[in-house]
Design a binder for this molecule. Structure first.
Ligand code: FAD
Length: 461
């Protein structure tokens, strides 16, 4: 009988266990359901919708070349899938596991909605090791990254990568599909995606091209990963997030490399596995703090007053007067991505210098990032704000100007802040007020902000 492959963040053909299993058993009906209501406050952000459109288009073309296609449907995923299973007489729905709480719920609801003739079979495909499988000696999941990473390094290598199925048999007739263009995933008026289009090529082939390039560059990663002016990180994050490439493929492509850069890079890929391990244990991790602060006194609430709201808006628009923070926020807006070092500096600025609740920042990144990921975003925001189960201390406050100088961000600032493009390397990290032209002065001094943050922290503890 026909086999449905339920696609979510696994938009690839190679090393795609759900596809692989389905193709071995019968005609394959790949389906993507746009279920806008399910994720609530974590419905796809604008940049994610842009990426999703292009990724579905790209996968559709690859399937077309194999005389297959994707069926696009909209609505409540379990209901839509159960109805589709009836319609095509499917014996099995194959899917790769996803750990966002709304997807786990959807899987349970789907099992309930399916009749006796069809079953849901879940596969592990998007992580180095299945989340939850790397445990302490007593079998408990890890809460803290470092011991998790040590254990992970002991159990690696991961499973072998699977080749793309050579043939995909089609059903006798194809069920109806929505038109991708009718989903309105792309912006129209205004078209804010020009910078994102320039920066990225979406899809499985592009992901592998980037990986091939990266295998030659990774030796520089140890030092280069902190330098936002240089292209010395992989930029695989949206490809990994959307599952256009799997970390298992990345591992096997690079495992023979002997450089320290590869070892450091592997630990970052392990952070990605760790974040899923965290949301399995704490499903609300991108929504709730886990430290015992009185958050009502800790944060300045943007809904409580116009001035605080304006502070948040200055940060969002890249108008704080701190060039490194603003370059990052403008890179985010223009390209849908921000360099990791600058993500940290900008996030720390919001929660410590402006004392604004990390959830406002999480939400902004969620809307603007093409790699917006429930696990990675929540884990990293909580790390920076000192509110998570594994966190930096709140009292560790990053100094943005020192960071900018130390990590040589002058060219990066020039690229994203046109107002400062003529300033020298010496001046650009912290220009004198009369050298800023139209660029704003600092909204708050570093020392003053630091004292205010520490005061609020001690009061809230
Ligand atoms: P590389 O340095 O080349 O790393 C390779 C891969 O490892 C990345 O593609 C990513 O999949 C993974 N990785 C790297 N660093 C981390 C990390 N700290 N945590 C988890 N995985 C990591 N990453 C996201 O994918 N989605 C997010 O929504 C996200 N939000 C973030 C929010 C904040 C406040 C911070 C500080 C970091 C966030 N990150 C997020 C992590 C990191 O910044 C990005 O993964 C990285 O910048 C992507 O660029 P790259 O692919 O060149 O990374």
């Amino acid at each position: 009988s026909p086999q449905i492959v339920w696609l979510r963040r696994d938009l690839r053909l190679a090393d795609q266990p759900a596809f692989h299993a389905a193709a071995a058993q019968g005609p394959v009906v790949p389906v993507f359901v746009l279920d806008d209501g399910r994720a609530g406050d974590h419905a796809y952000g604008g940049a994610s919708r842009w990426w999703l459109h292009h990724s579905l288009e790209s996968l559709g073309k690859s399937l077309g070349a194999r005389r297959s296609q994707i069926v696009l449907r909209q609505g409540d995923a379990p209901q839509v899938l159960a109805a589709l299973a009836d319609e095509v007489g499917a014996g099995t729905i194959h899917a790769n596991r996803h750990y966002e709480p709304w997807w786990k719920e959807a899987e349970d609801e789907l099992r309930d909605a399916l009749g006796e003739d069809c079953e849901l079979v879940l596969h592990d495909g998007n992580y180095l090791m299945p989340p939850g499988s790397v445990t302490t000696g007593s079998g408990d999941p890890y809460k803290i990254y470092s011991p998790f990473a040590r254990s992970m390094l002991e159990v690696l290598p991961p499973r072998d990568a699977l080749d793309a199925p050579e043939t995909l048999h089609s059903p006798d007739s194809w069920p109806e599909s929505d038109e991708l263009a009718d989903w309105d995933l792309l912006p129209t008026d205004p078209d804010w995606a020009a910078g994102i289009r320039d920066f990225w090529t979406v899809g499985e082939d592009a992901a592998h091209e980037r990986l091939d390039w990266w295998a030659d560059e990774v030796a520089e990663y140890d030092e280069g990963r902190n330098l936002p002016s240089q292209d010395t990180t992989s930029r695989l994050s949206p490809h990994l997030h959307w599952g256009e490439i799997s970390p298992v493929q990345v591992y096997h492509r690079m495992k023979h490399l002997r450089s320290d850069g590869w070892q450091t890079f592997l630990k970052e890929i392990i952070w990605r596995d760790y974040a899923q391990n965290v949301i399995c244990q704490f499903p609300d991790y991108a929504r709730e703090s886990y430290r015992d602060y009185d958050e009502r006194t800790l944060w300045r609430n943007p809904n409580a007053g116009k001035l605080i709201r304006q502070d948040l808006e200055c940060w969002q628009k890249g108008m704080t007067g701190y060039p490194i923070v603003d370059a990052g926020m403008r890179q985010l807006w223009q390209t849908g991505w921000m360099h990791n070092r600058v993500r940290m500096i900008a996030a720390s600025f919001l929660v410590k210098h402006l004392l604004i609740d990390w959830r406002y920042g999480e939400k902004w990144y969620w809307d603007c990032l093409v790699d917006a990921d429930y696990g990675n975003n929540g884990v990293n925001w909580q790390w920076i704000s000192g509110t998570g189960v594994d966190s930096n201390m709140f009292s560790r406050i990053m100094a943005p100007l020192t960071q900018s100088d130390k990590f040589d961000a002058a060219d990066y600032i020039r690229e994203y802040i046109a107002e400062l493009a003529d300033l020298s390397d010496d001046e650009i990290h912290d220009p004198a007020d009369d050298r800023r032209g139209d660029y704003p002065v600092k909204m708050i001094g570093h020392k003053e902000a630091r004292e205010r943050a520490l005061g609020a922290y001690h009061a809230a503890k």
